[in-house]
Design a protein around this ligand. Sequence first.
Ligand SMILES: [Zn+2]
Length: 392
Amino acid sequence: MKYRLYIYIISIALFSMPIHSYAQGFPFYGRTFGVLPYFEYGPGDDRLGGAKMTYMDSDVVVKVIDTLGTDYIIELTKNLHAFVARTSVRIDSQYKSKAYQLSGNWKSYSDDRFDYIRIAMPERLPYRGTMQVGPSRLIIDLFGITSNTNWITQVGNASAIKNTWFEQIENGLYRVYIDLKSEMHWGYAVRYDSTSSVLVIKVKHAPDKNFKNLRVAIDAGHGGDNTGTAGNISGRSEKRLTLDYAFALEKELRKSGVKNIFMTRNEDTSLSMQERILMLREASPDLLISIHFNSSSVDTVNGTSTFYRYIGFRPLTQTILKRMKELGLNEFGNVGSFNFALSGPTDYPNALVEVAFLSNKNDEKFILSKKSPANVAKKIRQGIKDWLEMGY
Ligand SMILES: [Zn+2]
């Protein structure tokens, strides 16, 4: 995975944008804006960026208490701060802070793919979602909110949500609990209604039991200017191989009757991570498989691996890894909390498959073998099926 070029391009894009003046006293208020703004836990940085707390809607009020480098430090509660890029916040000098922001009533209902909870909020304020397993539960924290929820209307039968309630944890921290019926997490999203300050929590139902009805998204890593890594011996670029393997997976799934397949790319095009995320949000798949090839500066490092960010999405990466090992590849491992951009969305379960190491001679031989794309595709298809069956 070579993201350096990508990060470099993004950095140029960020730093060439006008940075707002912050020569004013703290605290002050601002609003998030731009495409996919996000909060980070702290000033940490890594090859793929700092540890992300959450993606955030635009036009959400933030209380800025300090700056550090290119970030603002914002106060979510007295004891919880977050970092957000200064380029993702515009100052709102008109905003009048209030001693208390009160939550309103809730309404829950369902359609054929999602359960919804709509919470009337006084203002677009920050939130954060967390997945828990054993029992499976979603926790949605609403910051700066004081409860005045006295009415939770539940219409119809929810398919995914077993129970929901809230707790005022401390001043300015209102916590929504959502217990799920399934042990498996099928995805969720927290976003404001586009025209109001109503917060909408969308919880995805289990997909249809019939494998053929699954909506599968496939992302061939890199592409265009972003070539990724290259083969140790062959010099073959990762971006071409990911596309070959993505096509093989598409073919394998179509052969097993899956009709609804979404490919983030079908040719050698440059796509940013943000573009991919927004495309996928639109496509609303039941799951996403991202295909990449690994690379290490130590050429003896080898093996196959799968990656996830959120604990609730781990099972998909485990069933695929188990199947991949049947190809005779060594196990590099199952990696969690991984800060890969496409592991970030919570809307659908997702697995990053790093098939093997292009920097290792034996792995490279495997990767370049004519039979491998079809064999790997078959294993991924079996892993998806194992996962789906596990969820029922
Ligand atoms: Zn890669």
